[in-house]
Structures are given as C-alpha cells and as structure tokens.
Write a protein that binds this ligand. Structure first.
Ligand SMILES: CC(C)(COP(=O)(O)OP(=O)(O)OC[C@H]1O[C@@H](n2cnc3c(N)ncnc32)[C@H](O)[C@@H]1OP(=O)(O)O)[C@@H](O)C(=O)NCCC(=O)NCCS
Length: 182
C-alpha cells in the first residue's frame, strides 16, 4: 500500500468534482443525472463538515485516488444516529483495496463519533459496491425494485446495513452528538 488516507480539504474538491462527474455521467451508483459543478460540490462539502460528518480521501503522489464521506441517512431527527456512506473512485483506482480502506476508515470514524448504524444505498445493485459493503460486514437489508431509471433502464436499489459500536444494545450518548443538524 503506497497511498495514504486523510481528511478532505477544500483544495481537493476540484479532483473530487471530476471523479463524481465521471460516475454520474457513466455509472449507476449515483441517481443524479447531471453532474454538480465545483460550487455545488463545495456547498455540499461545507454542509457535511459543518454537521460534523467525516469526509476523507485516498491519495498517492499528490494524486487523488478516491473519496468517501458520511451524511445523514434521512433528515428527520430520530434518524440522527444513522449515517449513509458514499464512496467514489475513478476507474483507474479500482480493484486495489482502496475502496475497502476508505470505507473501513469511514466506519471507524463514524463509530468514534457515536453513530450507531451505517446504511449503504447501492444504486443499480452494482456488484463491486455490494461486494465492498459485504467485505466490511454489511448485511443485505432489502432490494427496492425498479426505483431508479437511468441510462435507459430501470435500476434496482440494494440497501445494506452495518451496526456501529454498541449498535442497538445501548442508548446513544446524546452529549456526544457531533453535528448541528438535529
Ligand atoms: C465500489 C467501489 C468503491 C469499490 O472500490 P474498490 O477499491 O474497487 O474495491 P476494493 O478493491 O477495495 O475491493 C473491496 C471488495 O470488493 C470486491 N470487489 C471489488 N470490485 C469488485 C467487482 N467488480 N466485482 C466483484 N467484487 C468486487 C473485492 O474483491 C473486495 O473484496 P475482498 O476484500 O473480500 O477481496 C468502486 O468500484 C467505485 O468507486 N465504483 C463506482 C462508484 C460506486 O459504485 N460507489 C459506491 C456507492 S454506494
């Protein structure tokens, strides 16, 4: 392993915007149809950071190999201990274990922040993403059939879940809630 993981900085957002653009235009992981520009990606990044969620990147020789972040699963306040993960690598970085490293780090950070459950919403049930989540211990929670329509075809959405820390065994520690969203 020659790459390192670190917190994303505003200066990374240009490369992140480009990675996401490629995925939006060519893939089914994201259900966006038009790639957001740098200003919109900056607004989203700032909102996530302000709410205390982790946003991390993998880099090697100053090149950005992929990024991952956690965000609210849903914004009604009873969901506040549940996060949804997002992770994107450019095609050239895939299959080297970088996705596994990024998602592993995201899980560790979210656990440390006191969150209790992570949800993966896998667009089109993409096999690489299902395999990645399975490798990190996620369980299949269900499939929402034909809930997306992109690139001229219907997409099934696979939901996967992972308990973090004590999971449901103890109540969450309200004093540790990291964000300002709720
Ligand atoms: C999904 C994605 C993040 C995986 O990252 P990656 O670095 O290529 O995956 P890794 O090399 O870390 O592999 C992780 C696990 O998934 C498996 N895997 C990876 N790609 C696979 C594929 N195409 N088919 C089947 N299994 C695959 C690996 O074998 C590995 O399992 P193991 O550790 O038990 O051997 C990457 O393919 C990607 O960015 N895809 C496009 C965007 C996307 O789908 N994001 C997910 C949004 S929820």
């Amino acid at each position: 392993m020659t790459y390192t993981l670190r917190d994303a900085e505003p200066s990374d957002l240009e490369a992140i915007t480009e990675i996401y653009r490629e995925s939006v235009e060519n893939g089914v992981a994201s259900y966006e149809l038009n790639p957001p520009d740098l200003a919109e990606m900056t607004r989203r990044f700032t909102a996530l950071k302000d709410q205390g969620y982790p946003y991390i990147i993998a880099e090697e020789d100053n090149a950005l190999l992929g990024y991952a972040y956690a965000g609210a699963y849903r914004t009604r306040p009873a969901y506040r201990w549940t996060v949804e993960d997002s992770i994107y690598l450019p095609e050239a970085s895939r299959g080297r274990g970088i996705g596994r490293a990024l998602l592993g780090e995201l899980i560790e950070r979210c656990t440390g922040l006191g969150f209790r459950r992570m949800i993966g919403i896998i667009g089109g049930g993409h096999p690489a993403s299902v395999a990645l989540h399975k490798a990190l211990g996620f369980e299949h929670a269900g499939t929402l059939h034909a809930t997306g329509f992109k690139h001229g075809r219907w997409l099934d959405t696979v939901i996967m879940q992972l308990a973090l820390g004590d999971g449901q065994e103890t109540d969450p520690d309200a004093s540790r809630y990291p964000g300002t969203l709720f």
